[in-house]
Design a protein around this ligand. Structure first.
Ligand SMILES: [Zn+2]
Length: 340
């Protein structure tokens, strides 16, 4: 092919267009989306003008939590952000509604390393239960005081204390401001299917009770953010447990790498199927809540269900004990300095 200026121009244009398409597939371009707004880009006049009863606020979180040697520590957050974008588009399909997106809050409570009583672990940067609850209660207060009525918290992460902290903030908003704040991942039907798809009997056996960074979660990342998965996951030795007690034994081993289950079984096709199935279902639940067809108070809460598992109750209370130890160090220092 003869290369002249014209050919180069066409090639460049094609490249730019394909890059733009790729970008739009992955995330939202705020100025191009109808009825979707990023709060950080607005001025106070624009925020004042929102019809608060017809504006759906999306508060997204992402815990910084070790996910072993193959997955990035913001794995849960990447999933939450992609889901937020899909949900925003679903809501904004309705001409009577607007969506207001807040920046992702990278704060979460209780990493999976707590299961092995290893409260400090490379890659886990969490805040205490009380801190997480305070952050979301403060934001709930600001939103309530300014008249917003509909808030959805998107903060997927499987620790019961983490979800309880967010549930409390939502209950506080609803009791004090007469609105509807829903902690989506505190709803059991949502969190129990997270990453789940159709598995063969053999896959189930090898992956076991895999609550963290196993076949399902690794497949999800291979679908939504493959460049951040270390390809050595294909050689990961399965760390299979069948209940919380066996996971505790696995995670207590001195050489535990930070995951459960079988990452080597992961594949992006599984991640894609699970994504499509679960996200469609989750968006339906949200739309039904907005339209008052589902009352979220009637849906079982993950934080309550986990109180029935004595093993989880023990792990949660040990984690809180460690948090109290950390808090008392901070308090003693503040007191010594006269800052309290
Ligand atoms: Zn995770």
């Amino acid at each position: 092919m003869k290369v002249n200026k014209f050919t180069i121009a066409i090639l460049l244009t094609t490249l730019i267009i394909s890059c733009q398409q790729k970008y739009q597939d992955r995330t939202l371009t705020p100025s191009k989306e109808k009825r979707i707004y990023f709060v950080s880009e607005l001025n106070s006049e624009q925020i004042k003008r929102f019809d608060k009863g017809k504006t759906i606020v999306l508060l997204t979180g992402g815990i910084l939590e070790e996910h072993g040697p193959y997955l990035p520590i913001f794995t849960d957050g990447y999933w939450n952000e992609k889901f937020r974008d899909t949900l925003a588009k679903t809501i904004a399909n309705r001409p009577d509604l607007k969506v207001l997106i807040f920046p992702t809050i990278p704060l979460g409570n209780s990493g999976a390393n707590d299961v092995g009583l290893k409260y400090s672990f490379p890659g886990t940067f969490t805040v205490r239960f009380e801190t997480l609850r305070s952050v979301f209660m403060d934001l709930a207060t600001e939103l309530g005081e300014q008249g917003f009525k509909h808030v959805f918290v998107i903060h997927g992460h499987g620790a019961p204390n983490h979800q309880r902290a967010l549930d409390h903030a939502a209950d506080f908003f609803n009791d004090n401001y007469g609105g509807k704040m829903v902690n989506l991942f505190g709803l059991n039907p949502i969190i129990e299917n997270w990453f789940s798809g159709q598995m063969t009997e053999e896959q189930n056996k090898e992956d076991g009770f895999s609550i963290h960074a196993g076949m399902k979660e690794t497949s999800s990342m291979l679908y939504i953010n493959p460049n951040l998965v270390d390809t050595n996951y294909k050689h990961a030795i399965p760390l299979t447990g069948f209940d919380m007690s066996s996971l505790l034994q696995i995670a207590k081993r001195p050489d535990w790498p930070g995951y459960f289950g079988s990452e080597r079984l992961a594949n992006s096709e599984f991640g894609k199927e699970a994504w499509n199935k679960n996200v469609t279902e989750y968006c339906n639940i949200v739309m039904n809540i907005i339209d008052n067809k589902i009352n979220p108070d009637t849906i079982a809460k993950f934080g309550n269900i986990m109180k029935e598992s004595s093993m989880d109750v023990m792990l949660d209370s040990l984690a809180i004990e460690e948090e109290q130890r950390r808090k008392s160090i901070q308090m003693r220092w503040l007191h010594k300095k006269g800052f309290d």
